[in-house]
Design a protein around this ligand. Structure first.
Ligand code: KIV
Ligand code: ZN
Length: 506
């Protein structure tokens, strides 16, 4: 009999801990709505005590997103639990997720507590959480480096205090699959109280083993996996949702386990998270990377043409990568655009459609065909835009290998054209310098990524930047058939995020 594995998605909490990936309320809601469509069982929407904005964003998810359980994270202290509860209580299915370090390293170096007093602290916190919410998850942080007997004592005490899910995190990605699987099996055999709780795992990817460890845990009795879309998260990231789900599906006979994930929603969710959080997906990323289903060697192509199963263990359509009927060009009308948008899963309000249509025309004038991927990129960038203090208008560039690049840029502010010129050590640098001159604000470029949305010489370029402005990192994204324009749009987008955080544009 196939066991159901609960999918606990923490993209909006652990995933959001990636520097520069901070989401605003609207963006969190958009991703949470898509996660519900994807069929995750639990959405960890945030860490409400981390900021008043996050508390409000988690509350918005709890109030508006129906279907999954909505969890809020809290340290094992009353003030955190109160804020987490304030955030999630309006959900039809709220969960409080309380955590406390359990390894000696955490107890001695971070918490300055002995084992007994840490158990007392955990019990007090779980009891308090339980007095507010029937669904309480308790995480034994750094479990994989915790003394086994002590770990059993903590788990027993947390269940006796009311925890309904026990999470065993490999917080620092230290575990090795055989060892982690054995830990889960031994816990199940040693702690009878686990019969009354769901046993969960939460694996980090510091040694690249997060998915393997999660799967080993499932084979040994874990009932819930905590994971993120595209594997994003603290440091090297978390276990990737799509990889775990597709491994269970592809090798269902071996695992005798399944999830309720609607796998054709995977690709769209992956791209949405990548764009809204400004974290590119590496081309060779399993399941959702641009090359995951492309075959380049002649032998493989020959095999695929004879029968796809020769070199494909999953079908692209199973994860939502589809070929679409209509090809859009500059001559496509509004009806065709609407049709195509609906085909790829976007139902837009009139005002949103206008914005997307305008940008579509602008891009289609310069690119022969607009693919589904191009369109998805345009939609998500347009819809995720913050209030624009400055709007990109146009740019000119003079560049070559023997002259210093010179850029002239025009931005619109309050309806007025603002134009300036600047040099730089390359054309993109010249454009960024020019944008800073117009905005009268400097930033430090921390990260710059440029990729083609699709194949081909006339591919749409998508630029992602992370810019440090006044000590905080803001990310920006831009798209255009011209990569310098895409970069300029991304840079302006990052500064607009800075201005949207209450700073004044000159
Ligand atoms: O990695 C970790 O231990 C965590 C806990 C809060 C579950 O993220
Ligand atoms: Zn974590």
């Amino acid at each position: 009999m196939s066991r159901k594995i609960y999918v606990f998605d923490t993209t909006l909490r652990d995933g959001e801990q990636v520097p520069g990936a901070k989401l605003n309320r609207k963006q969190k809601l958009e991703i949470a709505t898509q996660l519900a469509k994807l069929g995750v069982d639990i959405i960890e929407a945030g860490f409400p005590c981390s900021s008043p904005e996050d508390l409000k964003a988690v509350a918005a998810v709890a109030e508006q997103v129906r279907g999954p359980i909505i969890a809020g994270l809290a340290r094992a202290v009353q003030a955190d639990i109160d804020q987490a509860w304030q955030a999630v209580q309006k959900s039809e299915r709220p969960r409080l997720h309380v955590f406390l370090g359990s390894s000696d390293i955490h107890l001695q170096k971070k918490l300055h507590r002995d084992r007994n007093s840490a158990i007392e602290m955990a019990v007090t916190a779980v009891k308090y959480a339980k007095s507010l919410c029937p669904d309480v998850e308790y995480s034994t942080e750094d479990a994989s480096r915790t003394d086994f007997d002590y770990l059993c004592r903590v788990i027993e005490a947390a269940i006796a205090a009311g925890a309904t899910t026990i999470n065993v995190p490999d917080t620092v990605g230290y575990a090795i699959p055989e060892e982690f699987g054995a830990l889960i099996r031994r816990l199940k055999e040693t702690v009878p109280a686990l019969d009354r709780a769901v046993l969960s795992v939460h694996c980090h990817n510091d040694l690249g083993l997060a998915v393997s460890n999660s799967l080993a845990a499932i084979r040994n009795g874990a009932q819930q996996v905590e994971c993120t879309i595209n594997g994003i998260g603290e440091r090297a990231g978390n276990a990737s949702l799509e990889e775990i789900v597709m491994a269970l599906r592809t090798r269902s006979a071996l695992f005798e386990a399944h999830t309720d994930i609607v796998t054709p929603e995977i690709f769209k969710t992956s791209r949405m998270v990548s764009r809204l959080m400004n974290i590119p997906v590496q081309p060779n990323k399993a399941v959702v990377g641009a090359n995951a289903f492309s075959h380049s060697s002649g032998v493989h192509q020959d095999g695929i043409l004879k029968d796809r199963t020769t070199y494909e263990i999953m079908r692209p359509e199973d994860v939502g990568i589809r070929q679409h009927s209509i090809i859009l060009t500059a001559r496509s009308g509004r009806a065709a655009l609407r049709h195509k948008l609906e085909e790829i899963g976007y139902k837009l309000e009139d005002e949103q459609f206008q914005r997307v249509h305008q940008r579509f025309i602008n891009v289609a004038d310069r690119k022969k065909e607009i693919s589904s991927e191009d369109l998805a990129s345009i939609v998500e960038i347009e819809l995720s835009k913050v209030r624009e203090t400055f709007t990109f208008q146009d740019l000119q560039i003079m560049s070559g290998n023997t002259l210093m690049p010179l850029a002239s840029v025009c931005l619109l502010k309050d309806g007025e054209r603002k134009v300036d010129a600047a040099t730089g050590n390359g054309p993109v640098n010249a454009v960024f310098n020019c944008i800073e001159r117009i905005m009268e604000k400097e930033g430090t470029l921390r990260d710059f990524d440029l990729k083609a949305v699709t194949m081909g010489k006339d591919a749409l370029g998508e630029a992602m930047v992370r810019v440090e402005i006044d000590g905080t990192i803001y990310s920006g994204i831009g798209t255009s058939p011209d990569i310098i324009e895409a970069s300029a749009r991304a840079y302006v987008n990052a500064f607009n995020r800075f201005f949207a955080h209450g700073h004044n544009g000159n």
